[in-house]
Write a protein that binds this ligand. Structure first.
Ligand code: NAP
Length: 304
């Protein structure tokens, strides 16, 4: 029997610069999955209407991106146990008009790390910039890997309180010795206690409204002088991605601090979502090819 083409999509705002349609079209073609992947740009007051439209259109799967990874929970019929713990969703499986929330950002982040960084996580106190949906998934990944300390650097410590509470529950559940803390991003001067720094704020994201002029593309969540305070063994991870370097990874290159952007995480979380929707396994070779394909795509867009 010929399998039914998959109807897939992504919901978020803004979506103009989303690479997910290009990623999923590439992965589907490589794996031999028939189907389509559409963008559903949605303002908060239209979330209800768009989700109804998506259910009626017979979609099998939906990705969720900024700013809905947390607020979408109110519209879901059920979630995985992992999502119940972290209260953040990036992938929805749809069946019989029922929405089931998953989170593939956790494995997406872990699978995107170089082996030598992943294996040393139990010795790396971590600084996570931001406390939204991506921060929750990354915090969960870090706790699972027994990172000794996770500190969230945020602009609004009150809003970080829920993320910290979720982190405490995870620590109890996994019975790990991770410590948790919150600090003010604006007054962060010295980073010498952190051996891994992960940006999960949208600062530096090409579609960030403030980034639409040339000057603001130089935005970075932490400055060169802050980065200079990092210890020798530090590793920097920017969940944001760009044509070559983000401003943050560019600063790191200047200072010879090993760093990576979020392209590999995007591909790994997307591949995990497609595996879930299609039941097909996506090989490491296809993931590497997707990396090259997307990097070339971003570079060609940046040049045009
Ligand atoms: P989110 O839930 O809206 O969270 C964003 C977080 O960043 C919040 O804590 C927010 O603080 C903070 N923030 C926003 N603007 C800020 C600013 N100018 N200064 C300081 N803090 C700021 O978004 P998300 O879903 O976590 O996504 C965040 C970023 O990660 C996006 O750029 C997204 O593309 C990227 N991401 C990448 C991947 C990947 O696969 N590479 C996966 C997930 C996310 P408030 O609470 O105060 O607003």
């Amino acid at each position: 029997m010929v399998p039914k083409p998959l109807k897939l999509g992504i919901i978020g705002d803004p979506l103009e610069h989303s690479l997910s349609p290009i990623l999923h079209s590439f992965l589907m073609e490589q794996v031999g999955i028939l189907g389509e992947y559409k963008c559903y740009p949605t303002k908060p007051d239209k979330l209800d209407k768009t989700l109804e439209e998506i259910k009626n259109a017979g979609l099998t799967g939906l990705n969720v991106t900024i700013p809905y990874k947390i607020s979408i929970l109110d519209w879901l019929d059920n979630t995985t146990e992992e999502v119940k713990l972290i209260r953040a969703v990036n992938t929805i499986a749809i069946g019989d008009k029922q929405l089931l929330g998953h989170n593939t950002d956790i494995t997406g982040f872990l699978n995107s790390l170089p082996d030598e960084i992943k294996s040393t996580l139990p010795h790396r106190p971590a600084l996570v910039l931001g406390a939204g949906g991506a921060a929750r998934a990354i915090m969960a990944a870090l706790i699972k890997c027994h990172v000794p300390v996770v500190t969230l650097a945020v602009r609004n410590p009150e809003k970080a309180a829920e993320t910290i509470n979720l982190g405490r529950k995870l620590i109890r559940l996994y019975n790990v010795p991770t410590g948790l803390g919150v600090t003010d991003l604006a007054s962060l001067k010295n980073m010498n206690n952190y051996h891994i720094v992960i940006n999960t704020t949208p600062i530096g994201m090409p579609s960030n409204k403030q980034s639409e002029n040339k000057e603001s593309k130089k935005e970075s969540p932490v400055s060169l002088s802050q980065l200079k305070t990092l210890p020798e063994e530090a590793y920097v991870y920017d969940a944001v991605y760009g044509p070559d370097n983000t401003t943050l990874t560019h600063h790191c290159e200047e200072l010879k601090i090993p760093a990576q952007d979020g392209l590999s995480m995007l591909i790994h979380q997307g591949a995990a979502a497609l595996e879930l929707w299609s039941g097909q396994v996506i090989s490491e070779e296809i993931i590497s090819a997707a990396h090259e394909h997307l990097r070339n795509h971003i570079r060609s867009v940046a040049c045009s």
